[in-house]
Design a protein around this ligand. Structure first.
Ligand SMILES: C[S@@+](CC[C@H](N)C(=O)[O-])C[C@H]1O[C@@H](n2cnc3c(N)ncnc32)[C@H](O)[C@@H]1O
Length: 230
């Protein structure tokens, strides 16, 4: 008698897939622009020089939301290329609208899970900067395992950075900020750019996003962290 196959291993995800409300313009941007700006979800290793048609410093934003920071960054640094990762399709549509309106050619996006994307598709030492702003805090204790900043993923983030590359994070959730410090201070090869266990001054590139505004409305502080790969 053959035994039933064990259930496939399901990774713990840092997000819940939700469609939310999508505007007609966002839907149109997805249909018309995603084919041009998307990194094909074909599982192959990402080759930045082929993707962008040049060799340039490469930044990557995880969970870019509506893309306001990513679009501003790409506009401010035309000599850099940027990859944006976001599973929330209305947000991707909004970013694409901005990318097209501003005529940006240095942005590519993927709607794949960022954790799998970094682990499986990006070569070690390929990134000059990684940005993670206001990641979902998963405040309930039983959900803490869903937080994207975890010891094992921190090792992946470190490995995907070039030596000297920068990891920037921001959160409005004090207890998650402490958790980030715990995890990142203990990650070999990552050095706190501000000093051991120190929060950073606000990085110049970090514009105010919707989630920062929301946090402040709720009376939350904002905590910035900047690490460099040795
Ligand atoms: C709280 S929002 C913050 C958005 C934006 N960074 C900001 O500051 O406004 C977190 C975002 O991360 C996205 N996200 C969470 N986990 C992700 C993952 N594993 N891969 C891609 N996107 C993810 C969510 O869909 C959500 O839009």
């Amino acid at each position: 008698m053959t035994q039933a196959a064990p259930p496939a291993h399901r990774p713990i995800r840092s997000f819940v897939r939700r469609e939310g409300r999508i505007t007609a313009a966002q839907q149109q941007a997805l249909e018309q622009l995603l084919p041009r700006y998307a990194i094909p979800a074909d599982g192959t290793p990402v080759e930045p020089a082929a993707l962008f048609g040049r060799s340039a410093p490469l930044g990557l934003e995880i969970g870019f939301g509506d893309g306001a920071h990513l679009a501003a960054l790409a506009q401010a640094r035309p000599d850099w290329d940027f990859i944006g990762l976001e599973v929330y399709r209305p947000g991707v549509g909004k970013l694409l609208q901005a990318v097209a309106a501003q005529g940006l050619d240095n942005v590519r996006v993927s709607t794949e899970d960022a954790q799998a994307f970094l682990r499986e598709r990006l070569a070690p030492a390929s990134l000059d900067a990684i940005y993670i702003q206001f990641p979902d805090p998963w405040p309930k204790k039983r959900h803490h395992k869903r937080r994207i900043v975890q010891a094992d993923f921190a090792l992946v983030l470190r490995d995907r950075l070039k030596p000297g590359g920068e990891l920037q994070l921001a959160t409005d959730w004090a207890e998650y900020a402490e958790h980030m410090l715990e995890v990142l201070e203990a990650t070999p090869g990552l050095r706190n750019a501000t000093g051991p266990r120190a929060f950073s001054p606000r990085p110049a590139n970090r514009i105010r996003t919707k989630f920062e505004t929301r946090g402040q409305r709720l009376g939350h502080g904002v905590y910035d962290l900047v690490y460099r790969r040795d």
